[in-house]
Design a protein around this ligand. Structure first.
Ligand SMILES: [Cu+2]
Length: 506
């Protein structure tokens, strides 16, 4: 940089400073929201005292968002939130003890207006085992309300704050061990609307990501306790939108019509992961990154920090299923971070030609259709599992796990994926080797029905013993195969043995 240029820049900087200091304090209230000055300084006095009758805030459970506040004056708003500890399914056939704000994960959505005086009541249900509190990131004050709201089971606390800054804010429990309270689902969003409100849209939805740590593996059946070691190591078992698998898929999918505008309030409770939030097949027309004031346009993927949130908006043009994911993509397809926005309406061939492929793309994940799987797991536990139960459960699991390669009809793809339907290779294998294929994978040259394959099948290590038994039983009894039954005990035996050596030719 030349000496002259740096002098000019320094002078410009001084002028800017002078301009700032000349501005009288309190002037910020006259500046429309969204300008740099308003975002920088908003003295508490400028909002004035609360007006009118106190208002009881409407709270909603996810994915719903309370209606716009629709007020042109600051009010006293009373928020009543109850902490409830309860067992709920985290996945089909898997239960988890959640700690919740309002009975849901994420907790109830709170919506107020900038300048409102919020009287906050936190109740902790009598049957809770833990004390809890709340730290709202939209609060200016020590701990965001945490110390003032510490509440033992069967008690209620109250504190009041003025919502000074507009934006979308995370709230969470901050009782020690904080990480555990958050990991158990204690987070949610509070929207502080700017005085003029948000632009009108056709749909507003509430989506919040969180990472979960269970002692069992992903989708391992039964009740799963929290695993502190996994949480400390930041190795989540589940990464989820709205607290459980299937919260936003199948019948629970978000909906819109073509030609509409959609606004998502997307939070990330963490406790550990940051989210690369993306909607497959959409471009965000507008994003308030990190929940901040100045929007960014034309964004593909927005980064949402743990304990942060964003407002994303887009316009729907083409019908179909749009998939919400954390684009750290193993989290979406192997840990649950997946949701659907179903857009109905006429095709728009000018924008997109058609042909939907989401059934292949998503496998069983687009529908919460694992009922047969959990029924089989229950029967298994009760010792009443029949071959028919196994086949039904195996059929569901095959769809989500094996059919991507071997195809739903078991015919595979010539020279790429060998057929399982009437496979002469399959018939020739001894049971132990057959069971070891899903457990340990398979590679090296094999010949199936006269066609050579020299490829790699990865181990399906996410499957537990009864799932492997059910899938193989399904395979043996489908597509005119020879029949038979594989038990989970047999699978456990093979799993305990060392993995087979690589084929000799490698
Ligand atoms: Cu708590």
């Amino acid at each position: 940089m030349t000496r002259k240029l740096s002098l000019i820049l320094a002078a410009a900087g001084l002028m800017a400073l002078a301009a700032c200091s000349e501005k009288p304090a309190g002037d910020a209230s006259q500046v429309p929201f969204g300008s740099a000055a308003a975002a920088a300084v908003t003295p508490p006095e400028s909002f004035g005292p609360p007006q009118g009758e106190p208002i009881h805030a409407v709270l909603t459970s996810p994915p719903h968002v309370p209606p716009p506040v629709n007020r042109n004056y600051p009010a006293k708003v009373i928020v009543e939130l109850e902490v409830i500890e309860k067992e709920m399914p985290i996945s089909e056939g898997v239960s988890y003890t959640y700690w919740t704000f309002g009975g849901t994960v994420p907790g109830s959505f709170i919506r107020v207006r900038q300048g409102d005086t919020v009287e906050f009541h936190l109740k902790n249900a009598p049957d809770s085992k833990m004390p809890h509190n709340i730290d709202l990131h939209g609060v200016t004050g020590p701990g965001g309300g945490a110390a003032s709201s510490f509440t033992a089971p069967g008690h209620a606390s109250q504190f009041t704050f003025k919502a000074l800054n507009a934006g979308i804010y995370v709230y969470h429990c901050a009782t020690a061990p904080v990480g555990m309270h958050i990991a158990n689902g204690m987070y949610g969003l509070i929207l502080v609307e700017p005085p003029e409100g948000l632009p009108k849209v056709d749909h507003e939805y509430y989506v919040m990501q969180g990472d979960f740590y269970t002692t069992g593996k992903y989708r391992e059946k039964g009740h799963q306790p929290f695993d502190m070691d996994k949480a400390i190591d930041e190795h989540p078992t589940y990464v989820l939108f709205n607290g459980h698998e299937g919260a936003l898929t199948g019948d629970n999918a978000l909906t819109a019509k073509t030609g509409e505008t959609v606004r998502l309030f997307v939070g990330n409770g963490g406790p550990n992961l940051i989210s690369s939030f993306h909607v497959i097949g959409e471009i965000f027309d507008r994003v308030q990154q990190e929940g901040g004031t100045h929007p960014q346009s034309n964004v593909q993927t927005t980064l949402i920090p743990a304990g942060g949130a964003a407002i994303v908006e887009f316009h729907t043009d083409v019908p179909g299923s749009y998939v919400l994911v954390d684009h750290s993509i193993f989290r979406a397809f192997n840990k649950g971070a997946l949701g659907i926005l179903k857009v109905d309406g006429p095709e728009n061939k000018l924008v997109y030609s058609g042909k939907e492929v989401d059934s292949v793309y998503l496998g069983d994940r687009a529908e919460p259709n694992l009922h047969a799987v959990s029924a089989a797991a229950k029967a298994n536990a009760a010792g009443t599992l029949t071959k028919e139960d196994q086949i039904k459960a195996g059929a569901q699991l095959f769809t989500g796990t094996c059919s991507v390669c071997h195809q739903a009809d078991g015919k595979g793809m010539t020279n790429v994926f060998p057929p399982l339907a009437k496979s002469d290779y399959l018939v020739k294998q001894d049971r132990e080797h057959l069971i070891s294929i899903p457990l340990h994978g398979l590679h090296g040259k094999i010949t199936v029905n006269g066609v050579d394959y020299d490829s790699v099948m990865p181990p399906m290590s996410q499957l537990n013993d009864d799932e492997v038994a059910n899938i193989l039983t399904y395979v043996l009894n489908s597509w005119d195969n020879a029949g038979g039954q594989v038990t989970k005990e047999e699978v456990a035996k093979v799993r305990a043995q060392p993995a087979p050596q690589a084929a000799p030719e490698h």
